[in-house]
Design a protein around this ligand. Structure first.
Ligand SMILES: [Zn+2]
Ligand SMILES: [Zn+2]
Length: 351
């Protein structure tokens, strides 16, 4: 079958037309024909051979990459009775151990033994993928394939806002890439009184403004940053926003974050800073009484049910607008080039 592989720690990925099809091994396995799959930020790290990622993946190489997808069930193991061939599905690609303290207390998204398909084991940039039935979720038949292709990333955005109550609150979204644009829209759908969004890319800020952000700020200039700090602090009863989502990973965004959040506010971190940051814990966290949430993955399946609910509640239009490019799997290089040039939002492959 066709597949995109990481075969070594060099920069780039490779296409093959004759990878062996994955087989049902466990009685609880489900084999899925991939209809559409999407590039995630993590896949760009894999492409670039970011040292942490490359070292993690080395033992699994050659490994089929990709972890965001939807497809159709073609075969099920002998113990599977809730899913049948023909079902339209997606899957959580974090495979959990089921035994650790987090798995056994309903917090499997921080399973200490997580195996991620597409990183530690074969993923979905391929014609077929095999996933345990406990990770499979059936989808509404009318959910567009190009949107279902990236439920994994939609789940990151939904999970980011799940630990906080944004009803009637002011929310700042730092970084208006796909997750930030979804975050702005989800915050509005969830009842936020005002959403401020920042980025350094004017076209992304335009899209954010069409999908949930009430005001946008280009923080690529000192004037833009000053305008954002001023807007954050303009409500005299708060002198800052109630909730900040940091999605950019950019060092200057952490300065913005601690300046714009109010005393007693909440901070949600999903962005990945590439270098260690210097933070004044005394001034910026302890004396501000902040609550900080680190976000990883999705809660299976709380996050998944919430995202399907939010799609019904008005998120779909935003999700469709984020799909900018579609390529056949063999043209994977074109898709990655688009993302590496910083041009596309969600890039979809159709195996
Ligand atoms: Zn992802
Ligand atoms: Zn576990």
């Amino acid at each position: 079958m066709k597949a995109i592989l990481k075969t070594n720690t060099d920069v780039g990925l490779s296409f093959t037309a004759d990878a062996p099809e994955p087989q049902i091994v466990q009685p609880t396995d489900v084999k899925i024909r991939v209809k559409a799959t999407a590039i995630c930020g993590t896949d760009l790290d894999i492409y670039k051979s970011d040292p942490d990622m490359a070292n993690r993946m080395k033992p699994a190489m050659p490994v089929i990459t990709g972890h965001e997808f939807c497809g159709e069930v073609t075969e099920v193991g002998s113990a599977v009775d809730k899913v049948s061939p023909g079902d339209y599905v997606s899957a959580e690609m974090h495979i959990l151990c089921g035994e650790c303290v987090n798995c056994r207390t309903g917090n499997g998204h921080v399973c200490i033994n997580t195996v991620i398909k597409g990183i530690d084991a074969d993923g979905c940039f391929a014609e077929y993928v095999v996933v345990p039935v406990t990770n499979v979720i059936k989808l509404p038949p009318d959910l567009p394939v190009n949107v279902a292709a990236y439920l994994d990333a939609i789940g990151n955005a939904v999970h980011t806002l799940t630990p906080v109550d944004v009803v009637g609150k002011r929310v700042a979204v730092l970084g208006a890439g796909p997750i930030g644009i979804m975050g702005a829209k989800i915050a509005k759908l969830s009842g936020a009184s005002e959403v401020l969004a920042t980025d350094v890319n004017p076209s992304l800020l335009d899209i954010a403004a069409q999908h949930g952000a009430d005001r946008t700020f280009n923080v690529g200039s000192e004037e833009g940053r000053a305008a954002f700090h001023k807007a954050s602090a303009e409500d005299p009863t708060r002198k800052g926003v109630d909730v900040v989502m940091e999605l950019s990973g950019h060092p200057s965004a952490y300065d913005d974050l601690f300046k714009c959040v109010r005393m007693g506010g909440e901070v949600i971190l999903l962005g990945l800073p590439r270098k260690p940051l210097t933070v004044n814990f005394t001034r910026d966290i302890v004396f501000k009484g902040l609550t900080i949430h680190g976000i990883i993955g999705r809660r299976a399946f709380d996050t998944w049910f919430r995202m399907l609910g939010l799609i019904k509640a008005g998120l779909l239009e935003t999700l469709e607008a984020l799909v900018t490019h579609t390529f056949p799997l063999e043209d994977f290089q074109k898709g990655f080039d688009v993302k590496l040039r910083g041009e596309g939002l969600k890039v979809i492959f159709k195996p």
